[in-house]
Design a protein around this ligand. Structure first.
Ligand code: GLY
Length: 337
């Protein structure tokens, strides 16, 4: 199979085969309201900071981040500790421990973090470390670099005190072994696919930070890296303007540098909702096969107004704002005419 075709098919497979179970696993622990109508920009007129917004239905993660903010800590602490909840959740098969492996059975993780000063740290293709987001933070804070890859990232993590462990759970191993029987790539657009966890937070000082973490596409080629840990694609923060983060088909987000684009559009005066819509339209315009994959964005501006948009129905996101932990269904591009 030609490389390009393989990648395309792998992507489709990854989106189709990722986890639905994580949604229920998370939802029963924390009570939350689900908004079923597609949600446009949130502008309540009430105080909107501090606040947290995250991709997908992750009430435990947003609750953790909210608690960190309520304790007076920074947005950076909040997003790190928030996404760590999902990294540690073995039922979430697209992030951290329990993530679905590549086609050779290796669980490889990508993560990045960005702070109010515009500093950034990331790891890609790291193995055996449950919390890549915390390694990314250490790259940002303790090294002169911004991105470490593969064995180097793992070595740095171990030297920094992280304990290596097996991240391939029985459930993920079983799913991989079932996939291997045919190694077939079936394009199925996500309906309730969990995918990457991106989180943005504003603390009581009005400062913004973001984090993004993923095991990437399931059964991907060994060494494949998506958008999630790449600055400007999976995540971008500008403390004067706002932040954005992405989920879905990393290759398409990378090609359009989606999160940076959204922040720049907000700088030019667009609302977070308008900016997310334009970034999705950019993907659609450049990809004739957009019907075969999902991309979703969330964004927040300095005032705490939020936006979210995706190509296909059923991308959802969670906010913790005004003391309420809520799940929202995002508005989407590909509506039946
Ligand atoms: N958005 C996650 C990935 O493509 O790896």
């Amino acid at each position: 199979m030609k490389r390009r075709k393989f990648i395309q098919n792998t992507i489709l497979s990854g989106l189709g085969l990722s986890v639905a179970t994580a949604l229920t696993a998370c939802a029963d622990e924390t009570k939350m309201t689900t908004i079923t109508d597609e949600t446009k920009a949130v502008s309540t007129g009430k105080p909107v900071i501090p606040m947290v917004i995250a991709t997908w239905n992750v009430p435990n993660a947003t609750k953790k981040a909210w608690e960190v903010l309520q304790a007076g800590k920074s947005a950076l602490d909040a997003v790190e500790q928030g996404v760590m909840v999902e990294e540690a959740d073995v039922n979430n098969q697209s992030v951290g421990k329990g993530g679905l492996p590549d086609r050779d059975g290796n669980v490889t993780l990508d993560a990045c973090i960005m702070n109010k000063e515009g500093n950034y740290g990331a790891v890609v293709c790291i193995e055996n470390i449950k919390h890549p987001i915390s390694v990314a933070r250490k790259v940002m804070e303790d090294t002169p670099h911004v991105l470490l890859a593969g064995n180097g990232a793992k070595q740095f993590a171990i030297e920094s005190g992280f304990t290596p462990e097996n991240l391939l759970t029985e459930a993920s191993k079983k799913a991989w072994e079932e996939w291997k029987v045919k190694s077939e790539y079936k394009p199925v657009i996500n309906v309730e696919n969990h995918d990457t966890i991106g989180m943005l937070a504003i603390d009581k000082n009005g400062d913004i930070s973001g984090a993004c973490t993923t095991s990437g596409l399931s059964y991907k080629m060994q060494g494949r890296v998506g958008d999630s840990a790449i600055i400007g694609s999976g995540l971008f923060i500008d403390n004067e303007i706002g932040g954005a983060t992405a989920t879905g088909m990393g290759e398409e987000v990378l090609k359009t540098v989606g999160s940076f684009l959204i922040v720049e559009l907000m700088r030019q005066g667009k609302s977070p909702q308008e900016a997310c819509e334009e970034a999705v339209q950019r993907v659609v315009k450049k990809s004739p096969n957009y019907k075969d994959f999902q991309v979703g964005y969330i964004a927040v501006n300095k005032q705490g107004e939020t936006g979210a948009y995706c190509i296909h129905e059923w991308f959802n996101y969670t906010t913790y704002q005004n003391d309420e932990n809520k799940n929202h269904k995002a508005d989407y591009y590909d509506k039946k005419k």
